[in-house]
Design a protein around this ligand. Structure first.
Ligand code: FES
Ligand SMILES: [Fe+2]
Length: 354
């Protein structure tokens, strides 16, 4: 399946964001994850549960039932499933069944709930992307701008989009300084937890900088900047607002404008649709609700632009890829490298297409 040689483009042995913690409550919700319907709810003690979402009796969606104690009661004929999936009651028979509904390990960490739907023997919470790299749950950092987009496009298109930022001046032309991303020098680095792409260049102080950092950060002339994209896996990518290093190459006035990370949780819903979880963290203006509001508005606008571009591609993609060979250019190098990494993961999980 484009752009991979494997029949599926979904890597299963990863921790994916299933939901923002705030979405899961005593009222069950259903979310399709990695192609499977999953019911999400909380036990009496608040612990979140993820259970395969269709009742084994008539395949009624379990999330349309009710939570009773720690169990989920099907809304069709009242079969009861405990939090570990065990069917404990069949009202029409007055008995239980020796049946267990599949459940999935769900780990709540801060504002996010991560799900493991891969092989049980490989399930290790230590493999959840490292929060310390993201300013998540870290002192001196603020979390903001949580947003969600349902993307009618395969997850790899979003990964490609995030690995190649030369789309900035075209897709996100409202952001000043985007021209600096047109052809910046790129360096790559294999880090322990991520594959990092760094871009450097020069930018003027833009209205966007002013809104983020405040007018006191204003500088004249051009400033050196560093922009990072870190790929942690097909499920998570971190981008950073360009960090301003020094004005006019001068070492002596490096205005420390702080770090702002834009974080991208990418969870396949099906082979052709994706849950896109977004949020931001920063280590400056920690109490500014005004900045939170601006960040949210800005992130939503930017993500909507990316979603629109990706959906336009997805609509034609399968036929287009058969008709015409994809043209790859120099700026695609990081995206191509990431595709190879993902293809290698896919190959360990499934045979290549015939
Ligand atoms: S479909 Fe769930 S109890 Fe019948
Ligand atoms: Fe974008």
């Amino acid at each position: 399946m484009y752009p991979f040689s494997t029949p599926s483009s979904i890597v299963r042995n990863r921790w994916y964001i299933a939901a923002f913690a705030s979405e899961i409550s005593r009222n069950p919700i259903e979310r399709k994850l990695l192609g499977l319907p999953v019911a999400l709810y909380r036990k009496e003690d608040g612990q979140p549960v993820a259970m395969y979402g269709l009742c084994p009796h008539r395949y009624f969606p379990l999330a349309q039932g009710k939570v009773r104690g720690d169990a989920l009661v099907c809304g069709y004929h009242g079969f009861v499933f405990e939090a570990d999936g065990k069917c404990s009651e069949i009202p029409s028979q007055g008995t239980a069944a020796g049946f267990c509904q599949p459940t999935y390990t769900l780990v709540e960490r801060g504002q996010l709930c991560w799900i493991w739907m891969g092989d049980a023997d490989k399930c290790d919470p230590a493999l959840i992307p490292p929060y310390e790299d993201f300013g998540l749950e870290q002192p001196g950092w603020r979390y903001s701008s949580a947003n969600y987009f349902h993307l009618k496009g395969r997850s790899q298109l979003l990964v490609d989009n995030l690995m190649d930022l030369t789309h900035l001046p075209y897709v996100h032309h409202h952001i000043g300084g985007g021209d600096a991303m047109r052809n910046p020098p790129i360096t790559e680095e294999e880090r322990q937890a991520s594959y990092r792409v760094s871009r450097t260049g020069k930018v003027p102080f833009t209205p966007f900088h002013e809104l983020v950092f405040g007018p006191q950060a204003r500088f004249e002339g051009l400033s050196d900047f560093l922009s990072l994209t870190d790929y942690y896996g097909p499920e998570f990518i971190r981008t950073s607002l360009p960090v301003t290093l020094a004005v006019n190459g001068s070492e002596e006035v490096p205005p420390e404008l702080g770090a702002l990370y834009i974080l991208h949780g990418i969870t396949p819903e099906t082979e052709n649709t994706t849950h896109y979880f977004g949020f931001a963290t920063r280590n400056f203006r920690l109490d500014s609700e005004e900045l939170d509001a601006f960040q949210y508005e800005s992130d939503c606008k930017i993500r909507q632009q990316d979603v629109d571009a990706i959906e336009a591609v997805e609509r034609e993609l399968d036929e287009a890829a058969l008709r015409q060979r994809e043209l790859l250019v120099r700026s695609d190098a990081p995206a191509v490298k990431v595709r190879r990494k993902i293809e290698a993961l896919l190959k360990t999980e499934q045979p290549a297409a015939a």
